[in-house]
Write a protein that binds this ligand. Structure first.
Ligand SMILES: *[C@@H]1O[C@H](CO)[C@@H](O)[C@H](O)[C@H]1NC(C)=O
Ligand SMILES: *[C@@H]1O[C@H](CO)[C@@H](O)[C@H](O)[C@H]1NC(C)=O
Length: 149
């Protein structure tokens, strides 16, 4: 009996350590109010992904491939899971901007992925789309044969 308690305690302790291991760099996802974003899994064959807000440590959802359990009523109806367990937010609100942690279980290993949702306004998004074509114009103009002799 005592032995099992020790093993169980040890297992939880180890899991706690593994939990702190990072799955990768923080991923920044841009979105806009009323639109949708996906917080993507970069790993395959994951399960029991617990999603938390960094700000209040609120464990608001758990996903599995194609399945979601929403635990916080404030997110009800706005969250879904994709085929690989990524989290989809629809109808974004201003409050959704911020950082999130996914604790991801793969085999017996657990790792932590941090995401940041950043909201942008329509004009910011349009500004970014205009810029590359303006840059392309400058580049073409600069390489015009007339100027290179
Ligand atoms: C999981 O799905 C999301 C979108 O549904 C995609 O962006 C991501 O790349 C996928 N991950 C893997 C490891 O295939
Ligand atoms: C999106 O959120 C707004 C404000 O919370 C709400 O009025 C609207 O009905 C929601 N739309 C959908 C499609 O859920």
């Amino acid at each position: 009996m005592m032995k099992w308690v020790t093993v169980t305690v040890l297992a939880y302790f180890l899991r706690g350590i593994l939990c702190r291991e990072s799955c990768g760099d923080k991923k920044t996802i841009f979105g806009a109010v009323g639109r949708e974003v996906i917080l993507p899994m970069s790993q395959t064959a994951t399960r029991d992904i617990t999603w938390m807000t960094v700000r209040s440590k609120d464990h608001f959802a758990t996903t599995n491939p194609g399945e979601i359990d929403v635990r916080d009523y404030r997110y009800e109806g706005r969250l879904s899971a994709t085929a690989n367990g990524s989290l989809r937010f629809t109808n974004l609100t201003g409050d959704d901007q911020g950082e999130y942690i996914a604790n991801i279980l793969k085999g017996n290993m657990q790792c932590k992925q941090v995401y940041s949702i950043q909201l942008r306004t329509l004009s910011q998004i349009l500004g970014e789309n205009v810029l590359p074509s303006a840059r392309a114009w400058v580049f073409q103009h600069h390489n015009d044969p007339k100027h290179t002799v």
